[in-house]
Design a protein around this ligand. Structure first.
Ligand code: UDP
Length: 327
């Protein structure tokens, strides 16, 4: 079996990637410091606890498993936190990734799949974004991810590191079998926050801004089912295994949903009222982030078939009702 080192494999997207890798015949080796991840989420392969900044520990793990590739998910990923604590974002996301990339190159592990983000693009006046849209991030989260993309390019030129970089739009939903799902503490993402509000686990959802230049005044995002997203990673891994060139792919669906539309869809799927109030804008939020998925569909053969809003909410709701990992 081929080992794949999955950093952040105990987190939301990483744990779904581990399941997809196992189903595709690989052995996912999770490397995670459990700061935001959950040991209970590591269900599909071995677990090695460690920090991205710990080069000796990384060297040990590379030597033990001799992975054929790295999938690098481990990162801090909240826009609000990145605005108030930028140092943590630069240190963890950039310095940590640099240490990991150096360890991978030193171990001769030259295939690398990286989780980047549409937050690297910033604000672009309501255009549908593609991979050539200029990257002008509005916050330290996006800036830290753009920096890692640049590091990967430089290491590609110097050491032959091959990278597939995925720029995610808004990831949502959960494993339909509810073995893993989204579980952040604290939770800040729209859909899980809304489901917690519906279920009385928090008082109400606050809509962050109703005066944006959009039809209903709330921000528009492009939501992708987490299972579609991780399928793209397996395709990206195969791309690298076939010796193809380093490449950037946006992972979006081409359609956007406003915050109010997501609330309406949740009411319909759960058949429950969504308690919410209207609040001021959150710093660092772009008005609209919507991507085409033309390149990923054409070149990788990716099709985001499960990324329907109703299905994403239904899968997230099913997972929500399992009570997560706290049981
Ligand atoms: N949002 C909101 N209330 C919340 C959480 C999010 O109105 O409690 C909005 C947020 O301003 C953005 C959208 O929902 O327009 C998606 O935010 P999320 O934090 O889920 O993802 P992001 O777009 O920051 O990656």
């Amino acid at each position: 079996m081929t080992n794949i080192l999955v950093t952040g494999g105990a987190g939301y997207i990483g744990s779904h990637a581990c399941k997809a890798l196992k189903q595709a015949g690989y052995t996912p080796v999770t490397y995670d410091n459990l700061v935001t991840g959950w040991e209970d989420a590591v269900k599909f392969g071995p677990f090695e606890r460690g920090d991205l900044s710990d080069r000796a520990r990384l060297d040990e793990v590379f030597a033990k498993y001799k992975p054929a590739a790295v999938m690098h998910f481990a990162a801090l990923s909240q826009v609000g936190e990145a605005m108030s604590e930028p140092g943590r974002y630069w240190r963890n996301n950039v310095c940590g990734s640099l240490t990991l990339i150096e360890a991978a190159c030193a171990a001769g592990c030259l295939n690398f799949v990286f989780s980047s983000t549409c937050a690297t693009y910033g604000e672009h006046d309501n255009v549908v974004l593609d991979e050539n849209t200029p990257q002008e991030p509005l916050n330290a989260y996006g800036a830290s991810k753009r920096a890692v993309e640049n590091i990967l390019r430089d290491f590609g030129a110097a050491y032959g590191l091959n990278a597939v970089i995925f720029r995610y739009f808004n990831v949502a939903g959960a494993d339909p079998e509810a073995e893993v799902g989204e579980h952040h503490r604290p939770e800040t993402h729209l859909i899980p926050v809304m489901l917690e509000a519906i279920d009385g686990k928090r008082p109400a959802l606050t809509i962050y801004g109703t005066d944006y230049d959009t039809p209903d005044g709330t921000c528009i995002r492009d939501y992708v089912h987490v299972c579609d997203l991780v399928d793209a990673h397996v395709l990206g891994l195969k791309w690298l295994e076939e010796g193809k060139e380093s490449r950037v792919f946006n992972l979006g669906t081409g359609s956007g949903f406003s915050v109010r539309e997501v609330i309406d869809a949740s009411r319909a799927v759960t058949n429950r009222e969504v308690p919410y109030s209207e609040g001021p804008r959150r710093g660092g939020d772009a008005t609209k982030l919507v991507s085409g998925s033309v390149r990923a569909e054409k070149e990788l053969g990716w099709s985001p078939d499960r990324s329907k809003m109703d299905q994403m909410i239904a899968d997230a709701w099913r997972w929500h009702q399992t009570g997560h990992y706290e049981k």
